[in-house]
Design a protein around this ligand. Structure first.
Ligand SMILES: *[C@@H]1O[C@H](CO)[C@@H](O)[C@H](O)[C@H]1NC(C)=O
Ligand SMILES: *[C@@H]1O[C@H](CO)[C@@H](O)[C@H](O)[C@H]1NC(C)=O
Ligand SMILES: *[C@@H]1O[C@H](CO)[C@@H](O)[C@H](O)[C@H]1NC(C)=O
Ligand SMILES: *[C@@H]1O[C@H](CO)[C@@H](O)[C@H](O)[C@H]1NC(C)=O
Ligand SMILES: *[C@@H]1O[C@H](CO)[C@@H](O)[C@H](O)[C@H]1NC(C)=O
Ligand SMILES: *[C@@H]1O[C@H](CO)[C@@H](O)[C@H](O)[C@H]1NC(C)=O
Length: 346
């Protein structure tokens, strides 16, 4: 929570040149390998815009995954799977997208959400080892880096490891089999953290390209979690952003390129930090001042125009407040999932 994002430090020109050059290499090899078209970002004199970008060429029988839209409404519940009664005719809240845990949520719940016209994004950690997952034993000790700060049981992963990638491919295959419409791979920003593996932005860009090479043929929509400093390199590969706390860190502007590209930013703030909610907040929502801070489009929230904002508790349970002050509580199946987790890692 209190860790200052390292991305705020301006990058040295040398580092930019190295990463820019390397991104260009990746882009070129991808363009050759996957038959994608290559366009170089127009240089308007701003150094930050010099990174190359990819534009997939339309191909007649390419799969067209579900494309979420700017301003789509959503709910995210990771502490336990949502519980939807078989006689339900709508969901609580009645939003169009649910972001839920890939492992804990049964396929039948995803089916129910689909029947109610909802889209489902399946969350998993792609860049950290979580010792409680059913496939945890498949990781090798050399895949693992430092423990994720404040988070026992979780370690940064070596993103270039073939073993890690084959585990992630299996997870994405599971997402497809369970019927998820998209995936929300978390912790792809190890390079912004003390990770013990020497991870670089380059590694994360290459990893997003790897994830995209798996999701694309499966017709699954891919999102980018946080990772503000690699957006220009990977924006063409992803269809949405999931951002945590850009208002808290006054960095929403970084995510505005998604909106400009017609791709939604699913934006989470934790106004109560990692504490619990007061009874009155639980019932009626945060004070108007708090809500204004996170929902206005100015001050620390500058640059958040068009974001799909939810105010949540850090354990990401069923409680949610929207910017219009509406408080809703989704039912959860408390017999499943329930690992105590903190969702902010950078
Ligand atoms: C694309 O279409 C062509 C011609 O209809 C077909 O031969 C080819 O197998 C298709 N490719 C894929 C990936 O479906
Ligand atoms: C891909 O997903 C979209 C949206 O769910 C669907 O309309 C389309 O038919 C799917 N394409 C294939 C090839 O399954
Ligand atoms: C839920 O949302 C859908 C889609 O926006 C709408 O058609 C439906 O009437 C809503 N149901 C309720 C009970 O509000
Ligand atoms: C960047 O990534 C590419 C592709 O994964 C790799 O070949 C290259 O060595 C990396 N360069 C640096 C400086 O990390
Ligand atoms: C606010 O954000 C916009 C982009 O949405 C940016 O152009 C502007 O410079 C920002 N203003 C301040 C004061 O940071
Ligand atoms: C999203 O909602 C905002 C606020 O209502 C509106 O200004 C903006 O035009 C909407 N954008 C799109 C693409 O619908």
């Amino acid at each position: 929570m209190s860790t200052k994002p390292t991305t705020k430090r301006p990058w040295s020109l040398r580092r930019k040149l190295i990463i820019g050059g390397v991104s260009l290499l990746i882009v070129l090899s991808l363009a050759l390998g996957l038959g994608l078209g290559l366009t170089l970002g127009q240089d308007d004199g701003d150094e930050d815009d010099n990174e190359p970008t990819l534009t997939p060429l339309p191909s007649p029988n390419a799969t067209r995954p579900w494309l979420p839209k700017v301003n789509d409404t959503w709910q995210i519940i990771l502490s336990h799977p949502p519980l939807i009664s078989s006689s339900a005719t709508s969901t609580t809240p009645n939003v169009s997208i649910f972001d839920i845990d890939l492992f804990d949520t049964p396929a039948s719940t995803i089916q129910q959400l689909h029947k109610l016209g909802k889209k489902v994004i399946c969350y998993f950690s792609a860049g950290s080892y979580e010792d409680w997952r059913p496939d945890a034993k498949d990781f090798k000790s050399e895949d693992l880096g430092k423990q994720v700060d404040d988070w026992p049981g979780e370690k940064w992963l070596k993103l270039g490891s073939e073993n890690v990638r084959s585990i992630m491919k299996k997870r994405i295959d599971m997402a497809e089999k369970k019927g998820c419409d998209g995936v929300d791979p978390d912790n792809v920003d190890g390079f912004q953290n003390s990770n013990g593996l020497g991870l670089t932005a380059n590694d994360s860009i290459a990893y997003m390209q790897f994830l995209s090479s798996i999701t694309r043929p499966l017709n699954l929509t891919l999102g980018l979690k946080n990772a503000g400093s690699i957006i220009s390199a990977v924006l063409p590969l992803v269809e949405f952003s999931v951002n945590e706390q850009c208002v808290e860190y006054s960095e929403c502007e970084k995510f505005q390129p998604f909106i400009a590209a017609g791709k939604p930013v699913f934006h989470i703030e934790y106004p109560a930090g990692d504490g619990d909610l007061q009874q009155s907040v639980h019932a009626n929502g945060f004070s108007e001042d708090t809500r204004k801070k996170f929902c206005s489009k100015n001050g620390p929230a500058n640059g958040s125009e068009g974001f799909s904002t939810v105010l949540k508790k850090m354990n990401l349970d069923g409680w949610v407040e929207y910017c219009d002050g509406r408080v809703e509580v989704s039912s959860m199946d408390e017999t499943s999932g329930g690992h105590e987790r903190r969702r902010r890692k950078r």
